[in-house]
Design a protein around this ligand. Structure first.
Ligand code: SAM
Length: 332
């Protein structure tokens, strides 16, 4: 068998190119302005903690890193930068369906010199993964991307096929069904609680609440055509575990963990339910500051109840890191 780097090189040499990138799928823009992405979430891509933490997990869980790594849905490169600095294998294929995101990420790396792996870029939609060669990648890494992929079953099957034995699919910042429903139910209490306190809801606040309730319901439902939606799903840990098992992937789930928790200074980003909830309303649902302050003040008893339930263990499970290690060659 040729060494990993040779078979990977031979494969990418045969792929078509588009704007200087490898092309595995047609380009598809993101549903929101790519250039505004980091501003909306209040983050700076190009900080290494996320990728550094992910690489620490590779060591702890003895993942085979002899082959190339693939990142799917790189966005502005929040996970990419640290992976490029810390992935010990020789090649790293960075991908996204959006050319603007690919360009934004690529701009972090200049010529790519000084990063241990060789960096490659591809336009790739995860619904097209069955083109990837079998037993090629040691790592498939994603952050906040699984819930955008239409066919999750087919995606997991395709990852299992293209992973090497001992390799892993590692995903962070994915939404868990029960935690999101709990957030939506907590949000149902906002209008009556504020009303009882004599606070009148502005029409735009009521609209924000309605959008949030409908959004969570849309993510949760499984009887709708989600092909045209950007964000699509919520996940249940036992279902991902069963799905992985069918394809020879063994799941470890780390509730509410982020990749950066595993990098110095090793501080868990998740504090408690109410902090996560208020941040979610702020950054993902764009609630305004004044409304958030009122929610924080008047829903103290509801927040205290949930936070007290989890005063000594992590929860409720709202998000987390999912590590699926290929332990056997089994494929369904
Ligand atoms: C919420 S953003 C996350 C971006 C980045 N990983 C981060 O953590 O900041 C979701 C990313 O998934 C990409 N994406 C959406 N649908 C996809 C699909 N079907 N296949 C691959 N990537 C997809 C988007 O273009 C976007 O970059």
């Amino acid at each position: 068998m040729p060494p990993a780097s040779k078979s990977f090189q031979a494969w990418i040499d045969r792929l078509p190119k588009w704007h200087g990138w490898l092309q595995l799928s047609p380009e598809r823009p993101y549903a929101h302005a790519e250039a505004e992405y980091d501003n909306q979430y209040g983050v700076t891509a190009g900080e290494p903690e996320e990728g550094q933490g992910l690489c620490a997990l590779l060591k702890t869980h003895e993942i085979n890193t002899t082959g190339p790594a693939l990142e799917i849905g790189c966005g502005t490169g929040r996970l990419t930068f640290g992976l490029a600095k810390h992935y010990p294998g020789r090649d790293f294929l960075i991908s996204d369906p959006s050319q603007i995101f690919l360009r934004l990420t690529q701009s972090q790396f200049g010529s790519g010199a000084g990063f241990p792996p060789r960096l490659h870029y591809a336009v790739l939609n995860a619904d097209d993964l069955d083109q990837l060669p079998p037993d090629m990648f040691s790592l498939i890494a994603m952050r906040s991307t699984l819930h955008h992929i239409l066919g999750v079953d087919a995606f997991i099957a395709a990852c299992a096929r293209t992973l090497r034995s001992g390799g892993a699919l590692i995903m962070g910042a994915e939404p868990c069904e029960s935690g999101y429903i709990l957030m939506a139910v907590a949000a149902q209490a906002i209008a009556p609680v504020l009303h009882a306190a004599g606070v009148e809801l502005l029409p735009e606040w009521q609209k924000q609440l309605n959008v949030f309730a409908e959004t969570v319901k849309f993510y949760c439902r499984r009887d709708l055509d989600k092909s045209a939606a950007e964000d699509k799903h919520l996940f249940r840990v036992h279902e991902l575990s069963d799905l992985g098992y069918e394809y020879g992937l063994h799941l470890r789930y780390f509730p509410n963990a982020t990749f950066s928790d595993y990098a110095p200074p090793y501080l868990p980003a998740f504090e408690n339910f109410s902090v996560f909830f208020l941040n979610y309303l702020k950054y993902c649902m764009m609630f305004d500051e004044k409304f958030l302050k009122l929610i924080k003040r008047h829903l103290k008893p509801q927040f205290k109840y949930i936070n007290d339930c989890y005063c000594r263990h992590v929860g409720p499970a709202i998000t987390g890191v999912f590590l699926l290690k290929k332990t056997t060659a089994r494929t369904k």
